[in-house]
Write a protein that binds this ligand. Structure first.
Ligand code: NDP
Length: 322
C-alpha cells in the first residue's frame, strides 16, 4: 500500500480506503465489518469513511462496534463522518444542514455512535444554500480548536463554493477546508478533472474520492441483467437502479462498460480492479474510497494496486476514448 498526502495537509492516507455507504447496517453487520476492517488493516488501509446520513446513523454504530472490537491503536488509523443530511429518516429543521447548531450537535452524536473521542476527518456532505458559508467555516474551525475534529472538508460542493470557503478562512485567519470528497470513476470525470482543476492548483486540496465502481456498474456484473442481492435490488435504492441500469443514461453508460470489459480481459485482470487502479492514476486523488458488501469483493478491490503497472499510456488512451 502506498500513502498519499492529503493535499497541502501533513496527513498521509492509504491510497485505498474503505467506506460504508449502503452496506453497513444493511448488508454488513458488525461481525462482518470487523473481518473487513481486519482485512483492510492487513493490507495497510488507514482510513475509514462514514456519515451521519448513512442508515440514519446506523452505519456509524456498526463501524464503532467493529473498530472497538479490533482494538487497534487509535493513532494508526483515521475515521471520518459527514454532516448535512441528518441522522433520522425525517430530520427536523434543526437536525440537518450546515448551521452552527447542527454541525456542533452532529459532530458530538457521530463521536458517540462511533465510540471515538475525535473525528480525524469531518465533511460537509453537501453545500447548504440556506447557511452562510462563513457560519459553516467558523463552526468547523471551532471544532478543530476544541480538538473534536482534526481536518475538515467538503463533499460535492461547487468549485465556487469551495473557493469562497477557502477565501473566507484566509481573510478571517480560520482553518480552511483540507479536502473535498467528490465522485470519481471511469464514467464520472467531468467535475473532478475540469471544474476542480483550478481549485486543486490554487488551494492544494486533498481528495477522498467516492464510488470508484459507480456503485457496481464498473464491475460489469449488470451487463447481463440485475444480479440477485446486488445494490440495484435493495429496498430504498430503486432510484439507483433506474439511474444505473434502467434509464437511457444508465443504458448508455452500460454500453461503455461493455467496451471496457474486453480491455480488462486483455490485461488479464478484472474490470473492477482496472477501474479502481485507473482512479489512482490521477495525482489529485489522495485516496480512493472502496465499497464492498462482501469480504471477497473487498479482497479483490484491495488487489487493484497490482494492476497499476499494466495501465500504460496506450491503455489509458484507449480507456479515455471509451
Ligand atoms: P463503489 O462504486 O465501489 O460500489 C461498491 C459496491 O459495488 C459494493 O457495495 C458492491 O455492491 C459492489 N462491488 C464492489 N466491489 C465488487 C466486486 N469486486 N465484485 C462485484 N461487486 C462489487 O463504491 P461506493 O458507491 O460504495 O462508494 C464507496 C464509498 O464512498 C462509500 O462507502 C462512502 O464511504 C463514500 N461515498 C461518499 C459519497 C458522498 O456523497 N460523499 C457518496 C457515495 C459514496 P453489491 O454487492 O451490493 O452489488
Amino acid at each position: 500500500m502506498e500513502y498519499r498526502k492529503l493535499g497541502a495537509a501533513g496527513l498521509k492516507l492509504s491510497e485505498l480506503s474503505f467506506g460504508s455507504w449502503v452496506t453497513f447496517n444493511k448488508q454488513v453487520d458488525s461481525g462482518l465489518a470487523e473481518r473487513m476492517f481486519g482485512t483492510c488493516f492487513d493490507a495497510g488501509v488507514n482510513f475509514f469513511d462514514n456519515a451521519e446520513g448513512y442508515e440514519a446513523g446506523g452505519s456509524e454504530i456498526v463501524m464503532g462496534k467493529a473498530l472497538k472490537a479490533l482494538a487497534r491503536p487509535r493513532d494508526s488509523y483515521c475515521v471520518s463522518s459527514k454532516v448535512f443530511f441528518g441522522a433520522t429518516a425525517e430530520p427536523l429543521p434543526t437536525q440537518r444542514g450546515l448551521s452552527r447548531k447542527h454541525i456542533f450537535e452532529a459532530c458530538h452524536q457521530a463521536m458517540q455512535r462511533l465510540q471515538l473521542d475525535y473525528l480525524d476527518l469531518y465533511f460537509c456532505h453537501r453545500a447548504d444554500p440556506e447557511t452562510p458559508i462563513g457560519e459553516t467555516v467558523w463552526a468547523m474551525h471551532n471544532l478543530i480548536t476544541q480538538g473534536k475534529v482534526l481536518y475538515w472538508g467538503t463533499s460535492e460542493w461547487t468549485a465556487a463554493e469551495i473557493a469562497e470557503a477557502c477565501e473566507f478562512a484566509r481573510d478571517n485567519h480560520l482553518t480552511p477546508p483540507s479536502m473535498e470528497q467528490p465522485q470519481y470513476n471511469l464514467l464520472d470525470r467531468e467535475r473532478f478533472e475540469v471544474e476542480y482543476a483550478p481549485i486543486f492548483d490554487k488551494y492544494r486540496l486533498g481528495t477522498t474520492t467516492w464510488s470508484p465502481l459507480a456503485s457496481g456498474a464498473l464491475t460489469g456484473k449488470y451487463l447481463k441483467g440485475i444480479p440477485e442481492g446486488s445494490r440495484a435490488t435493495l429496498a430504498g435504492y430503486e432510484w439507483l437502479k433506474k439511474h444505473m441500469v434502467e434509464s437511457e443514461r444508465g443504458q448508455q453508460r452500460m454500453q461503455r462498460v461493455a467496451k471496457l470489459q474486453p480491455i480488462a480481459e486483455e490485461l488479464g485482470t478484472s474490470l473492477s480492479k482496472m477501474a479502481i487502479a485507473w482512479c489512482l492514476l490521477n495525482p489529485n486523488v489522495s485516496t480512493v474510497i472502496l465499497g464492498a458488501s462482501r469480504l471477497e469483493q473487498l479482497q479483490e478491490n484491495l488487489a487493484a494496486v497490482d494492476v497499476l503497472p499494466l495501465l500504460t499510456e496506450e491503455v489509458q488512451a484507449r480507456l479515455a476514448a471509451i
